[in-house]
Design a protein around this ligand. Sequence first.
Ligand SMILES: [Mg+2]
Length: 250
Amino acid sequence: MNDLFHSNEPQGANVSISRHSTNQTLLIDADDTLWENNIYFERAIASFISYLDHRVHTPEEVRDHLNRVEHATVLSHGYGLHSFRRSLITCFEQLTDEPLTADKHSRIECFAQSIADQEIELLPRVALTLAELATRHRLIMVTKGDKIEQTDKLQRSGLSPHFNGVEVLHEKNHDAYQAVSAQYACESCNTWMIGNSPRSDINPALSAGLNAIFIPHDYTWVLEHEVVSQPPDGQHLLRLTTFADLTRHF
Ligand SMILES: [Mg+2]
């Protein structure tokens, strides 16, 4: 587990396990909360770095450079595979003197395509847990990224029937959470954002006045790392080990 995740947030094992009342609104992240996602990017990046086989830079240095390129690409082009593809190409161009031939271009595109070709791999007991939670609460998927990619993954996951709403946002920040809350007429005290990312799921939801549930994933994308905030007075933050633990609280 990355040190950036460690803070003084309460541990799931130490909090009361009496369930919250019914009719809570549970806003639920998708990538690396409901299904595997970042591990495919990690594999693609490893393949890219080994293909690049840089004579001067170590694999770690190439990876650091790619992280910086990805950060810039996301700011200008948003999240999603199209941005990842663009980042790999840019990284290649910036780190090598070789011309980017059509052959090399298509080879690099294959690394990104390998992610799109993945079957959806649900995290343990996600389907059963959502089915149970949906009998007692309102579930809304709140994810970010490319709308077509995220909607397609939801359809292929088979989880769609459990959700009362689906929001694919450009960015998950304070304003976005306030907008979602207003759109669904959420009461802050009964609304919880659930996800694996401190930067996108937990901290901005707390800042927007919501409760939050942090379920860390060992392979969370480095650009999503952040120290978890303390909840303001009157708001709650839980940290759970697995998604299935939610049924002990809700
Ligand atoms: Mg996530």
